[in-house]
Ligand binder design. Structure first.
Ligand SMILES: O=c1ccn([C@@H]2O[C@H](COP(=O)(O)O)[C@@H](O)[C@H]2O)c(=O)[nH]1
Length: 245
């Protein structure tokens, strides 16, 4: 048995969040049926949510999964606050907003979900892991990615958020600046020597955890593998060994 599968609580001890980036609900649910909710969390993003909506999220929650609703809300404060409230009503475990929406937007989102007894973790997206310095320069951000990530992460913390999405490359710096309790959620995870695809700021699972990441968002390296469960099990075993070693 995988040591990371908790027998009693069902809450995964693994930091892995599998990105269910599928076009259709049936494909996502068939894939999820092969996963144990104690083995990993799952993420529903723009592709799957646009295709399948709330019912898909409800089905995953009903199956016992902790669901990260990754819709990266970015709008005026009132709109984002109400969207986050709808996410809380869905019973998701985590929801995110773009930190570049600013302090008032993030604070409104935090305030909207505060009354829920089991509210989702509210996370701010800093600089997308697909972006590098040249991409930032084109949109007028002339500081290096890690500077911009720290700026937005500090603003997210000060606006009442629970953590941020960043690359694992920034995790050490964020952990030092923002403390232990602040959640660091890191996509752009790639196995050693694997293709980065459209990602630019990448790290391996072990390096990300060693750098201080709390959660690793992993999509294609698992979902497009010839044997997805074998890859997930190997990653979990590798991360479990870090705790022992
Ligand atoms: O900065 C970000 C924010 C979100 N994501 C999402 O994570 C997964 C990564 O998928 P891979 O297949 O492992 O690249 C995907 O759903 C993105 O929307 C991100 O990559 N970077």
């Amino acid at each position: 048995m995988n040591p990371l599968i908790g027998a009693s609580s069902g809450v995964p001890t693994s930091p892995v969040i599998v990105a269910l980036d599928f076009e259709r609900a049936d494909a996502a649910l068939a894939f999820a049926a092969r996963l144990d909710p104690a083995q990993c969390r799952v993420k529903v993003g723009k592709e799957l949510f646009t295709a399948s909506g709330r019912s898909l999220v409800e089905a995953l929650v009903a199956r016992g999964f902790q669901v990260f609703l990754d819709l990266k809300f970015h709008d005026i404060p009132n709109t984002v606050a109400h969207a986050c409230k709808m996410a809380a009503e869905l019973g998701v475990w985590m929801v995110d907003v773009h930190a570049s929406g600013g302090r008032r937007m993030m604070a409104a989102a935090a305030e909207a979900i505060a009354p829920y007894s089991q509210r989702p973790l509210l996370i701010g997206v800093t600089v997308l892991t697909s972006m590098e310095a040249a991409d930032l320069a084109e949109i007028g951000v002339t500081v290096p990615p890690d500077e911009q990530v720290l700026r937005l992460a500090t603003l997210a913390r000060d606006s009442g958020l629970d953590g941020v999405v960043s690359s694992a490359q920034e995790a050490t710096r964020l952990r030092a600046a923002l403390g232990e309790g602040f959640k660091l959620v890191t996509p752009g995870i790639r196995l050693a020597d694997a293709a980065a695809d459209d990602q630019r700021r990448v790290m391996t699972p072990s390096a990300a955890v060693k750098a201080g990441a709390d959660y690793l968002v992993i999509g294609r390296p698992i979902t497009r593998a010839a044997d997805p469960l074998a890859v997930l099990t190997a990653i979990n075993a590798e991360l479990s060994a870090l705790k022992v070693g």
